[in-house]
Design a binder for this molecule. Structure first.
Ligand code: CP
Length: 308
């Protein structure tokens, strides 16, 4: 694959070999991070963060990644301060910014917006989340976290819990898992089941897939729990009905496998009680930290900067 100037829009655009390549490069980058907290690999390069939706981790970890590489960042974290309020389209905004920056990260509430942006940009576009659709860099750091823990993703039992309908991290992760040989248990309220196409594709690829409304953490190597996403519900009464459907606390972890890990893309609301944070199973904070080496590796790859 040619990585220089590649747009990172959907995990579906990656083969298993390409995903594994990014994970290997991320490990090399993490090794370099331990050696030296900053580098000059991206000296003179500019990253533009175009965030039309709120974010803590994605925006700040891309910013931290770029700065650790010696580059600089420009951008916005709220569209209210941009010319969008005067009616400028995404296409025009991206056309302009691609003349200012060497790489662009975009988060937008509309599905397909990152793909659209890539059609108007001379600089590589990285999708930082488009509506309920995709969040490919989150998936890469999720897989990196799993691989660091278990060495091998094949053979694992993965329980994915919560908002499977609107959760873009779930949609990206399950698309990536199509490339591996895993057992998947989807746990959600009926109203928030995973899209039928995702379940169909996984089943056709020979994965063992179960769907249930009952959360049981036993027998899973990875419990990947997600927030019920209030902002994506057209009907707020429906949100109120399901918002506390699954809550992990220390007591609910009884029977969990010794080496099982609990992951969450964060932010959490009520679905993981803080008494889980100090258990040996909690990996969600480490998972968020893994965003740094993974995003550093991706920035170098799409900007054509060699390392390791
Ligand atoms: N996981 C994630 O995308 O977090 P943010 O919304 O804070 O970027």
């Amino acid at each position: 694959m040619k990585w220089t100037k590649k747009h990172i829009i959907s995990i579906n655009d990656f083969s298993r070999e390409e995903i594994d390549f990014v994970l290997r490069k991320s490990a090399i980058m993490e090794g370099k991070l331990f050696d030296s907290r900053t580098s000059s690999l991206m000296n003179g390069k500019i990253l533009a963060n175009l965030f039309f939706e709120p974010s803590t981790r994605t925006r700040m970890s891309f910013e931290a990644a770029m700065k650790r590489l010696g580059g600089v960042t420009i951008g916005f974290d709220h569209p209210g301060i941009t010319s969008e309020v005067k009616g400028e389209t995404i296409a025009d905004t991206v056309r302009i910014v691609s003349g200012y920056a060497d790489v662009i990260v975009i988060r937008h509430p509309v599905e397909g917006s990152a793909r659209l942006a890539s059609e108007y940009s001379d600089s590589p576009i990285i999708n930082g989340g488009d509506g309920a659709n995709q969040h490919p860099t989150q998936t890469l750091l999720d897989l990196y976290t799993i691989k660091k823990e278990f060495k091998d993703i094949d053979g694992l039992s993965i329980c994915i819990v919560g908002d499977l309908k609107y959760g873009r991290t779930v949609h990206s992760l399950t698309s990536a898992l199509e490339n591996y040989n895993v057992n998947i248990r989807f746990v959600s309220p009926q109203e928030l089941r995973a899209p039928r196409q995702i379940v169909k594709t996984l089943t056709e690829k020979g994965m063992q897939v179960k769907e249930t409304t009952k959360l049981n953490v036993r027998d899973s190597d990875v419990v990947y729990i997600t927030r019920i996403q209030k902002e994506r519900f057209p009907d707020q009464q429906e949100y109120e009905r399901v918002k506390d459907a699954y809550i992990l606390n220390r007591k609910s972890l009884e029977g969990i496998q010794d080496n099982a890990i609990i992951m969450h893309p964060l932010p959490r609301v009520s679905e993981i009680c803080t008494d889980v944070d100090s258990t040996r199973h909690a990996r969600y904070f480490e998972q968020a930290r893994n965003g740094i080496p993974v995003r550093m590796a991706l920035l170098c790859l799409v900007c054509g900067i060699g390392f390791g």
